[in-house]
Design a protein around this ligand. Structure first.
Ligand SMILES: Nc1ncnc2c1ncn2[C@@H]1O[C@H](COP(=O)(O)OP(=O)(O)O)[C@@H](O)[C@H]1O
Ligand SMILES: [Mg+2]
Length: 306
């Protein structure tokens, strides 16, 4: 779907990307994770040619990026950035309609699409369509940024620390909502972040970068449970396993056995289930039907679940 082969980027003598080869599959949410300055944003921008590579090849949906007109290439891809990049003098409706306008959709279709997109990201159209960006909270602005990127129904989404600037509580909500949206839409997403929890929560696969190279690539379980070197292990830190548990829903590891006590919320994660076990001093807590056990969590951590 998207393939980078031995790609380099040299900014006037400074090598920001040094031979990256990755392949992102259709419908996958692929995370570029690493410390600030390791070349994540550069790698993302090489794909839509906001930055031109120094050498190597990039293919998008089977076509070499050099053989596609830049405007055509960018229209294939929604792009979401941290500061949202909303046009300040345009209202929410006009912002969302940016690409549909470029594509010359008719007004009726654009109006319907605006509403559909706002509903998708959890904002009431009547309330938000006519607002200006400065009248939005950080979280609302990010939602509009996501709505705008999705408006023309691109196959591909490039997201650069999209939730980085919002407060921690709104961020977690946005992450969970985005995960649900992605489950429905199944876009091919490349998602840049330096936030370990975010990467583990959202990524189907995670590519860990350092100083312009890839140090490890794998599923969240693989990178946490089998770090290939000290850098990766240190990057995730001692709480990496807990962050990994945040990714899974307790109900997916449910056992039939019923136990006493207040059942966990239906969407509780394994991390929350473990926290409840510690608080209650039990090795099993109730779910709405059945229960979740410490043993099941340990099995997952040992890689024994199927
Ligand atoms: N336009 C530019 N000109 C010169 N150096 C740049 C430019 N953009 C980024 N860099 C440098 O390239 C490196 C990687 O940057 P970037 O890709 O933005 O990293 P990340 O997104 O991982 O924080 C950094 O050292 C940064 O200072
Ligand atoms: Mg960056």
């Amino acid at each position: 779907m998207i393939r980078l082969i031995d790609v380099y980027k040299d900014y006037e003598g400074y090598e920001a990307v040094k031979g990256i080869s990755i392949e992102v599959k259709e419908g996958e949410l692929y995370v570029l994770l690493g410390p600030s300055g390791c070349g994540k944003s550069t790698t993302l921008r090489l794909i839509n040619r906001m930055v031109e590579r120094s050498s190597g090849d990039i293919f998008v949906e089977g076509e070499h990026v050099d053989s596609i007109q830049v405007e055509t290439l960018r229209k294939k891809m929604g792009y979401v950035i941290q500061s949202t990049g909303l046009f300040p003098h345009m209202d929410v409706a006009a912002n969302i309609a940016t690409v549909p306008h470029l594509l010359k959709w008719d007004e009726k279709r654009i109006r319907e699409r605006n509403r559909e997109m706002l509903e998708l990201v959890g904002l009431e159209p009547e309330v938000y369509l006519k607002k200006l960006p400065r009248e939005l909270s950080g979280g609302e602005a990010q939602r509009v940024g996501v709505a705008r990127a999705l408006a023309a129904d691109p196959h591909i989404l490039l997201m650069d620390e999209p939730f980085g600037a919002v407060d921690p509580i709104s961020r977690l909500r946005l992450q969970k909502e985005f995960k649900e949206i992605q489950k429905k839409l199944k876009k091919t997403v490349i998602f840049v972040t330096h936030d370990v929890e975010e990467a583990l929560l959202l990524g189907d696969r995670i590519c860990i970068m350092r100083d312009g190279i890839v140090v490890q690539e794998g599923t969240p379980e693989q990178v946490i449970l089998k770090p290939e070197d000290q850098f990766v292990e240190d990057f995730f830190g001692k709480e990496g396993a807990l962050s990994l548990l945040a990714r899974f829903k307790a109900r997916e590891y449910k056992e039939e056995l019923k136990v006493q006590g207040e059942p966990l919320a239906d969407d509780a994660s394994l991390k929350e289930a473990l926290s409840e076990m510690i608080l209650r001093g039990e090795d099993r807590v109730a779910l709405n039907s059945g229960s979740i056990s410490l043993a099941a969590i340990m099995k997952l951590i040992r890689g024994e679940h199927t």
